[in-house]
Write a protein that binds this ligand. Structure first.
Ligand code: FAS
Ligand code: PHB
Length: 389
């Protein structure tokens, strides 16, 4: 089998790239090691930057997002029993879209199927080959039969644990990593949100986040120790802990209900450099990870896709390699700024086991500075809505 761009991974990165390329007549095949239902069963991001929503529109799959998504003009920081609003609209003229990653992935999958795009699910031993030359290929097993997909380029959109980055570990790949000494226990529940905007809470018991998926479905998180187990958390224990970490007037508005998803995610900052090896590219989580405190993970995947799409578009238009050559540098410049912001928000809002009195005072001073300085709030706002592509 042959295609122009082989895409490993049917998550947001792979699906968005394939949708954009299909729009300009570039043939793609998407390969994933699991199936559609498994991918849609993963509960992940919830906040979209305008760059992401613009790309979904460009790909022709933004209709349901605009119908069902929630436009948010701001979000709250909570500390010292009070709320401090970051007015995104007033400070930047922009806003964010609250629309679950699961839903945008579903929209991209449905669109691909409707257009007859080829996606190979449940592929095993997916392996990129010969990407140092001009004739790369991807091999994989399907129902025990080995297949080979010849292509011009390989987009490694296969996430942090994928095969793409693994294939270049011994080719001079550089790693930059920071592991945080805590995780996030997340709960999804069909209950109305406690507040009309997101609340990021710094509390002496630990961080908490009030997010949402719609007017009737909420997503909440509390910081937990790294060795915590989701099995020891009853729904009641979660709701009690969440309310302890919120200002009283917010806590009393929390509607509790049975969790429809409950899981603990570790937090790390990670960047691989470079993101391009000959005719293979690392895209999205395959190349970088951010702690979700800045709502950047999914949105960084979008800007990677934008840069790679532009390079491939130019190549197929007139054979120019300049855009493809520029991919890694362009993507990394934006990635590192998002890594900084995500690290900043995580350091600002969490309780670190090693925090001493001085560290706590610095957190308090930073929060007080944000509360009393429009300049500080504007800096947070312009990072949260997403720096320019
Ligand atoms: P993905 O990991 O989404 O997709 C990779 C795909 O590749 C998967 O479908 C996988 O099955 C496939 N794959 C992997 N290895 C393969 C192989 N060897 N062969 C074939 N296919 C393979 N971001 C936020 O902005 N906010 C959040 O709150 C947030 N919460 C998160 C919670 C968790 C638990 C995780 C893991 C991530 C979270 N993220 C969050 C980040 C997340 O949203 C990612 O940024 C986003 O999924 C990136 O999309 P992809 O790059 O497509 O990678
Ligand atoms: C979510 O809704 O899952 C979410 C929102 C914002 C974040 C992290 C997670 O920063």
């Amino acid at each position: 089998m042959r295609t122009q761009v082989a895409i490993i991974g049917s998550g947001p990165s792979g699906l968005l790239l394939s949708a954009l390329l299909d729009q300009i007549g570039v043939d793609t095949v998407v390969i994933d090691r699991v199936d559609r239902d498994y991918i849609l069963g993963r509960i992940r991001a919830g906040v979209l930057e305008s760059g992401m929503t613009a790309l979904l529109d460009q790909a022709g799959v933004g209709a349901r997002m605009h119908r069902e998504g929630l436009v948010h003009d701001g979000f709250e920081l909570s500390f010292g029993g009070r709320l401090c609003r970051i007015d995104l609209k007033a400070l930047t003229g922009k806003n964010v879209m609250v629309y679950g990653q699961t839903e945008l992935t579903r929209d991209l999958m449905d669109d691909r199927e409707a257009r007859g795009g080829k996606t190979i699910y449940n592929a095993k031993n997916v392996t990129p080959h010969d990407f140092d030359g001009a004739k790369p290929c991807v091999t994989y097993e399907l129902d025990g039969v080995e297949h080979r997909l010849d292509c011009d380029f390989i987009a490694g959109c296969d996430g942090y644990h994928g095969a793409s980055r693994a294939a270049v570990e011994d080719k001079g790949l550089r790693h930059y990593e920071k592991i945080y000494p805590f995780g996030w226990l997340g709960v999804l529940a069909d209950v109305p949100p406690a507040h009309d905007e997101l609340i990021y809470a710094n509390h002496k018991r630990g961080f908490a986040l009030c997010s949402q998926r719609s007017k009737v479905r909420s997503r909440y998180y509390v910081q937990v120790p790294l060795d915590d187990k989701v099995e020891v958390w009853s729904d009641d224990a979660f709701w009690d802990e969440l309310r302890r970490r919120l200002p009283d007037d917010v806590a009393e508005k929390v509607t509790t209900g049975p969790s429809i998803e409950k899981s603990i995610a570790p937090l790390r900052s990670y960047v691989a450099e470079p993101l391009r090896f000959g005719r293979m590219f690392l895209v999205g989580d395959a190349g970088h990870i951010v702690p979700p405190t800045g709502a950047k993970g999914l949105n960084l995947a979008a800007s990677d896709v934008h840069y790679l799409f532009e390079g491939l578009r130019d190549f197929y238009a007139d054979g120019a390699m300049s855009g493809v050559d520029a991919y890694s540098g362009r993507a990394l410049a934006r990635i590192w700024k998002a890594e900084r912001f995500s690290w900043f928000m995580t350091t600002l809002l969490h309780r670190f086991p090693t925090s001493g009195e001085f560290d706590l005072r610095i957190q308090e001073a930073e929060l007080d500075y944000i509360a009393t300085s429009e300049t500080a709030r504007r800096s947070i706002a312009e990072n949260y809505i997403g720096l320019p592509y």
